[in-house]
Design a protein around this ligand. Structure first.
Ligand code: HEM
Length: 504
């Protein structure tokens, strides 16, 4: 009897302690986040009244950041400090890197989709994956393997599609076309497999749609004022969380099949990224799944977003298109591309400084990753004097940074590739002013590969086609997601461009 009483007391004690702990944590969370805050910014955020004046949340944030003397603002209800100040960005991403990791709350938001993939981990786990990935992505063999695949896909899919659309007068959704292209390309670069190798019960389009859903719903978790709601919905498996679970289930099926086929075909002498990871962690399927998903997301969504917004801007700036064509004609001697399968070679691409500048300029205005958040480990003070308390979120905002007069001058909202040229040659700016690929210790590992892929596609397409956008002047409205996606797509009519002669 006494034993029963003792264990009952122990259970009550334990329960009281646990309940006290939960209440205390909730109190701390509330104090930190101030969900009752009624300041101008928080009121506008909670009531969505900002939408009366701005097309996108990122445009409103850009406006607030421009107004702020320090280039930094607080959204109290989100517990988020948002900055567009390059000195703060350098401090977070380089000087005090260890004090601004991704952090647990971020890992929780993306954990179901990204698992322990490189985008979602810190510390030793991140260091290990970074080393592996940088060895793979930095290797000359992998880079030239990737360039060959990009050239093949351009010739096999992209150019024939635009060619037949130009003859038939069809409208195409450029966003959809470039997404499919980037998906196919990254599958081959990352896993050395194409559609035909995979034994799947569903089409690639269905898997691509599952990626879109998972990206959208995961991003939505991050914009909620409190995680309690989505965590509860996940526990009960209802609503958006049920949908997210289903999408992730589909993505897992694809990842498992990719790993199975790669194992079946052998990986010892393959140049794709998965084979390189498999050589050192052959049997850890869970880890391999997370790596597969991370590379798919990085390679598909960011690259296709960058190419899509590039063509959106180009169709509004025929002067830039004309200058690009002049440069392409001059370098390729009127169309004699010297690379694999008739696309421009790496050496030719390197000579195209104006094209390079135009690509940087378009991602300045439309960065594929519009913002990126970190969590502050210990109380800190940013270089502009902003105090950041421990366990709160700090976000740097490349989209807003591209629109800051204090960084780019009075013409910051204009699309002007010339701002990147000195004496006709491309001149790089500090990555802390332009953190489109992040900067510092976690700078994007696929940057060079992505730029070569984008440039190869852009040169091949601009050299031959013109796009006339349907409703080209309409404001750009983004849908929520981990990378910038334009609501309603980018519909265009394709025309063959007039042939250009090289300058005498
Ligand atoms: C235009 C295209 C791209 C852009 C704008 C871009 C941008 C970024 C950004 C902003 C990050 C930091 C994300 C974060 O920490 O949350 C990142 C990280 C990364 N990117 Fe990219 N990316 C692009 C293409 C690629 C491609 C094609 C690959 C690989 C095939 C790639 C591989 C990676 C990897 C592995 C990381 C993680 C680095 C780390 O955490 O240490 N990226 N990228």
């Amino acid at each position: 009897m006494e034993a029963v009483m003792a264990s009952t007391h122990l259970a009550i004690l334990f329960f009281s302690f646990a309940a006290g702990f939960v209440l205390f944590s909730l109190l701390l969370l509330l104090l930190r986040k101030r969900p009752w805050c009624s300041c101008r910014v928080c009121r506008a955020y909670l009531s969505s009244s900002w939408a009366a004046d701005f097309d996108n949340l990122c445009d409103w944030f850009a406006h607030l950041l421009r107004e702020s003397p320090t280039g930094t603002i607080h959204v109290h209800v989100l517990g988020n400090t948002i900055t567009a100040n390059p000195a703060n960005v350098e401090y977070m991403l380089k000087t005090r890197f260890d004090n601004f990791p991704k952090g647990k709350p971020f890992s929780a938001i993306l954990g179901d989709l990204l698992g322990h993939g490189i985008f979602n981990v810190d510390g030793d786990e991140w260091r290990f994956q970074r080393k592996m990935a940088s060895l793979a992505l930095g290797s000359v063999a992998v880079r030239s393997y990737a360039s060959g695949i990009v050239a093949e896909e351009i010739n096999r899919c992209l150019l024939p599609l635009f060619s037949s659309a130009s003859v038939d007068g069809d409208f195409l959704d450029l966003q959809d076309v470039f997404r499919r292209f980037a998906f196919e390309t990254i599958c081959r670069i990352s896993f050395g497999l194409d559609r035909g190798c995979l034994e799947l019960s569903m089409s690639m389009a269905q898997f691509a749609a599952a990626f879109d859903t998972a990206s959208l719903l995961s991003a939505r978790r991050g914009t909620a004022a409190t995680p309690i709601i989505w965590k509860l919905k996940r526990l009960l498996n209802v609503g958006s969380e049920k949908e997210l679970k289903k999408a992730i289930g589909l993505i897992n099926t694809l990842a498992e099949e990719v790993i199975r086929q790669r194992r079946k075909l052998g990986y010892a002498s393959s140049h794709d990224l998965l084979s390189r990871f498999m050589a050192s962690m052959e049997n850890d399927d869970k880890y391999l799944r997370d790596i597969v998903i991370s590379f798919l997301l990085a390679g598909r969504d960011a690259v296709s977003s960058g190419i899509t917004t590039f063509f959106l801007l180009l169709s509004r700036h025929p002067r830039v298109a004309a200058r690009m064509r002049e440069e392409i004609a001059a370098v390729t001697k009127g169309g004699a591309a010297a690379g694999e399968e008739g696309v421009a070679s790496y050496e030719q691409l390197k000579e195209m400084h104006y094209v390079h500048a135009a690509i940087y300029e378009s991602m300045r205005l439309f960065p594929p990753v519009q913002f990126d958040s970190k969590f502050c480990v210990e109380d800190d003070v940013l270089p502009d004097g902003t105090f950041v308390s421990q366990n709160t979120r700090v976000t740097y905002h490349p989209y807003a940074m591209g629109r800051m007069e204090s960084i780019w001058g009075a013409d910051c909202s204009e699309f002007k590739p010339e701002r990147w040229l000195r004496g006709g040659e491309f001149a790089m700016e500090s990555l802390f002013k332009y953190p489109v690929f992040q900067a510092g210790q976690r700078v994007c590992l696929g940057k060079e590969m992505a730029l070569v892929e984008m440039k190869t596609v852009i040169v091949a397409v601009v050299g031959q086609f013109d796009f006339e956008l349907v409703d080209g002047g309409r404001p750009v409205k983004f849908v929520p997601g981990l990378t910038a996606t334009i609501g309603g797509g980018v519909r265009a009519r394709v025309r063959r461009a007039a042939p250009r002669l090289p300058p005498c």
